[in-house]
Design a protein around this ligand. Structure first.
Ligand code: AOF
Ligand code: ZN
Length: 347
């Protein structure tokens, strides 16, 4: 006989398939077990599509077996009419007698009501199997609801001697700090988050397009800081590759097409960015520079992960890298000649 934990592990594995396409919805995994054998599985479809439970139930050939089955699901089945009808109602309708749930859905429309619905209909419910792993599998969604801010990833690359850029830019001979594979990985990371943020200097110096062009995936929403409108339509960030938000001190006299302008007072940049993300339902953000912008999020302790490349390029002088505070390194790996370290805030 298998344990509840073993089937929940399988559900967690399936849930991974749903990200990032399901965002801003959480990605859930569901497994249906009849007499110790898996007879159906499903993950959350792309945003707006069907939920994991629906996909799992649809995958079961002999629906009669559902009446003697257990449904394992990483997140509490929903109880509300959103873009899709309530999963709890479907479970009751299909007469599934047992439901094992990883964690409670923090979304206010659900938040325990799905469990209540099932119990009221006589379904036997167990809650909290591999709870922490299930919460972590949707850390963007949980952070957004519980902390009322996006999940924040900081990313930068330093030279061997700790600089993120040379002091003077040489247009003819631009210096690349991290290698090609690290850059490709960065593009994959961009495709996994809902937005990307950079400061003014980064746009002026690097003219980045902030797309995922080196990797197959969706471009995140671009957010750039331009308090005094120094960034004109000649910069790549203003092209139409993706939705773009400009954070400024005053609305421009001559707004550029398709750019969404948000006026902020720059007293507390992290708090202001976070509240704009809440307004726009942006549940995760990767901040790629520069040092000044990154440091503000570090100093405000408003971050969840830092991903730092260190290359073997020596610059001798340059723009100093951000200084991480209250951080622990959780993983170190190499990408050819680059070192990549992952940090999280220390408790
Ligand atoms: C589930 N199973 O696979 C997911 C759930 O607008 P909707 O109908 O797609 O509902 C979105 C909400 O449903 C989302 O905020 C979260 O609370 C829950 N997600 N629930 O039963 C799933 N992805
Ligand atoms: Zn649902």
């Amino acid at each position: 006989m298998h344990t509840h934990e073993q089937f929940m592990h399988r559900a967690l594995f399936i849930a991974q398939k749903g990200l990032p396409a399901a965002m801003p919805n959480p990605s859930v995994g569901a497994v249906i077990v009849h007499k110790d054998t898996i007879i159906g599985e499903g993950a959350t479809s792309a945003f707006g599509g069907s939920h994991a439970e629906v996909n799992a139930i649809n995958s079961v050939k002999n629906k009669e077996l559902l009446k003697e089955s257990t449904l394992y699901v990483t997140l509490e089945p929903c109880s509300h009419y959103g873009k899709t009808p309530p999963c709890a109602d479907l479970i009751v309708k299909m007469q599934i007698p047992n439901v094992v749930i990883g964690c409670v859905d923090p979304y206010k429309e659900v938040a325990g009501k799905g469990i209540e619905k099932l119990k009221n209909a006589g379904v036997h419910v167990i809650v909290g199997v591999l709870e922490k792993k299930c919460i972590d599998s949707n850390q963007r969604f949980f952070t957004f609801i519980q902390k009322k801010r996006p999940y924040i990833i900081l990313k930068w690359a330093t030279s061997a001697d700790g600089f993120v850029a040379p002091l003077e830019k040489n247009e003819q001979k631009p210096i690349w700090i991290s290698n090609h594979y690290s850059r490709q990985l960065t593009h994959k990371w961009r495709s996994e988050e809902m937005a990307i943020l950079v400061g003014t200097r980064t746009v002026l110096d690097d003219n980045p397009s902030l797309t995922t062009r080196d990797f197959i995936g969706k471009n995140p929403v671009r957010i750039y800081i331009d308090a005094n409108h120094k960034i004109d339509a000649s910069f790549a960030i203003t092209n139409s590759a993706s939705k773009t938000i400009c954070l400024c001190a005053e609305f421009p006299l001559h707004p550029q097409d398709k750019i969404i302008y948000k006026k902020i007072d720059f007293k507390d940049l992290p708090a202001e960015v976070n509240s704009i993300c809440v307004e726009e339902n942006i549940q995760s953000i990767i901040i790629e520079g520069g040092t000044h912008t990154l440091q503000q999020f570090i100093d405000a302790a408003s971050w969840d992960e830092a991903r730092v490349f260190k290359s073997d390029v020596v610059l001798k002088e340059g723009v100093k890298a951000p200084e991480l505070k209250k951080a622990v390194s959780i993983r170190v790996t190499t990408i050819q000649n680059d070192f990549l370290t992952f940090y999280t805030p220390s408790k």
